[in-house]
Design a protein around this ligand. Structure first.
Ligand code: FES
Length: 580
């Protein structure tokens, strides 16, 4: 049993006249500020709700015109409000920073922790009895879950839902797995620039997040698997009316949670995290989910070592046939039952007595879910593969671990030795990858460094190093690629990422030289540089790896406190110490 920290809430309630409801510590305060807070809410038109002493529910909204995936969250907030009001609460919407995956440089990941801090502080600083978290695009969901877990008042997640499929020349497509595939076709000369532009005009044809099992879909699935989002949240398309029904129901549910004091760290237990890891493997989830889940668990005071992800990968079959690992899209997934169908299949190997926000056990929640035979969600007796989607590699190149999505890789490259072709950083790679003079052949292994949490900075999604043009033109579609970067959850190929420690802090990847032999063996979970330990040590001593250290602002804070990928890339000072 974890000890809980003394929160500001507890301090406030201890001095409050009516300790039963959190908001009363603000609104019933006998001083001038208690009076002013009521006056302020009356000025917004809430006199009646105040006289009825309604619980106050924050709606934490990541809507922004800079984040196309979240563009419909203002509308969705209205449905949440209807639910809150109908259940007797007073909803108050508040904006927080939004993290648009396409727009933010160097990467939205760099700001995940900042958003999580904003969420935590916004919740703790205000008279809220509960909070509904509206997220969607990749990093918004983990950031909101991290912040709400730290704040630890009743919280429910509502994600925006995936985009509808798009159709181009008779083919059903999803962002952005198919964008990447067609980019490769463009580089190979198989489509024209005009084709590429035509595709751009149709590829995103509805609100919502990417319509494949990328990071956004995986994080939504994690929310549902952890029990902090309602059943169905993962896959109901953003443009479907059911999404509003779910939002309304979530607004009603948060009132129940406040009344029964169901808060995040009651739900987010070791057993629910183990369930979430199995779900990541079974759905062929994003490599990014590992980093995010470690960070969310860390906020709950739970340590998830990489070894547990790998252990569970070996005993969790891949059941879901979605891009980028498989062939279908999130809309198809929804039609055959979505995550509830997966959970009902996995139930025999899950901790089925964990409770969700409705106070029901997983077993009770999925017991009535009927799953008809289909090719999108396989059953436990007929899995797509016996092992889960992600594998954790260790070895002399990655002493603290590296990740590969084995189900999105080329089977013939999962056990491979090749010559290293090294790029110093992303810029170097972009400058030389298409140079006809680049000394590279299909069996080589492309290595890129200085792309990690500190080196990037922000660990950008640069891990999908393009196939050198001269090889792409001759028909090469995949090669082994290794980096300390991340990779988009929508990407595919034999790509090893999150090499830890990263090069910027002297990890062995900083010592790799052109022509060194590298060996990858996914079945043995090995990733080695075939150079003696003493030689690696000598090279690291002589190498000039260095990090630019910003001298002010958020980037200053980031560069001093960011943890490595195997620790979830959270800030060291945000990990709680519940023992004290
Ligand atoms: Fe937002 Fe893919 S760009 S989820």
């Amino acid at each position: 049993m974890l000890n809980r920290p003394k929160s500001r809430l507890n301090n406030l309630l201890m001095t409050s006249h009516k300790p039963t409801r959190r908001s009363s510590a603000w609104l019933d305060s006998p001083d001038l500020y208690g009076w002013l807070r009521r006056a302020a809410l009356k000025s917004e038109g809430f006199s009646k709700q105040l006289s009825e002493n309604r619980p106050i529910i924050g709606i934490c909204n990541t809507w922004s015109e800079l984040t196309h995936c979240n563009i419909h969250l203002r509308d969705l907030a209205e449905s949440v409000k209807q639910g809150v009001e109908s259940a007797g609460g007073l909803p108050l919407e508040f904006p927080v920073m939004s993290l648009g995956e396409y727009n933010m440089v160097p990467t939205a990941m760099m700001y995940r922790n900042l958003l999580s801090m904003e969420v935590e502080e916004s919740i703790l600083a205000n008279p809220l009895d509960g909070v509904v978290l509206l997220a969607g695009c990749d990093k918004t969901t983990p950031a909101l879950l991290m912040g709400a877990t730290s704040a630890n008042i009743p919280a429910i997640l509502v994600t925006g839902g995936p985009q509808l499929k798009s159709v181009w020349r008779g083919e059903e497509l999803g962002t952005c797995t198919d964008c990447r595939r067609y980019q490769q076709e463009l580089r190979s000369g198989n489509i024209t620039n005009q084709d590429w532009e035509d595709l751009q005009n149709v590829i995103i044809n509805s609100p919502g997040h990417c319509g494949v099992m990328g990071t956004a879909s995986t994080m939504a699935a994690i929310g549902e698997a952890l029990g902090i989002a309602l059943p169905g949240n993962t896959s109901i398309p953003a443009a479907h009316p059911e999404r509003h029904t779910l939002a309304r129901k979530s607004g009603e549910t948060i009132i129940d949670m406040v009344n029964h004091n169901i808060y995040p760290r009651k739900i987010l237990t070791e057993n629910s995290f183990i369930n979430a890891i199995r779900v990541i493997h079974a759905i062929g989830g994003s490599t990014n989910a590992i980093v995010h889940l470690i960070a969310i668990a860390g906020r709950a005071g739970i340590n998830l070592p990489l070894s547990i992800f790998d252990k569970l990968s070996k005993t969790t079959p891949l059941l879901v046939n979605l891009k980028p690992s498989g062939k279908y899209l999130m809309e198809d997934f929804h039609k055959v039952g979505g995550l509830q169908a997966v959970l009902s299949q996995l139930n025999p190997i899950l901790n089925s007595n964990v409770e969700n926000i409705s106070g029901k056990t997983l077993d009770e929640t999925v017991s009535d879910v009927a799953v008809e035979k289909n090719d999108v969600i396989h059953n436990l007796n007929n899995p797509i593969s016996m092992e889960g989607g992600l594998a954790v590699l260790h070895g002399s190149l990655a002493p603290n671990g590296a990740i590969i999505k084995q189900t999105a890789a080329s089977p013939n490259l999962l056990n491979h030795q090749g010559r290293a072709v090294v790029f110093e950083n992303h810029e170097d790679m972009e400058n030389r990858i298409d140079d006809p003079r680049l000394d590279v052949c299909p069996k080589d292994i492309l290595v890129m460094r200085n792309s990690g949490p500190i080196g990037g900075p922000g660990m950008p999604e640069w891990g999908l190093i393009p196939i050198p043009k001269k090889l792409a033109k001759s028909g090469v579609k995949d090669m082994v690629r290794i980096s300390d970067a991340r990779i988009s959850g929508t990407a595919f190929g034999t790509v090893v990422v999150h090499v830890t420690p990263e090069s910027a802090i002297g990890g062995p990847i900083a010592a790799v030289q052109n022509g060194d032999l590298i060996s990858i063996d996914v079945s043995e979970r090995k990733l080695d540089i075939l150079v003696s330990h003493s030689e690696i040590k000598r090279r690291l001593k002589e190498s000039k790896y260095s990090v630019q250290t910003p001298n002010r602002g958020y980037q200053w804070l980031y560069s001093r406190h960011i943890l490595q990928a195997d620790k979830g890339c959270d800030f060291d000072f945000l990990i709680p110490d519940y023992e004290n």
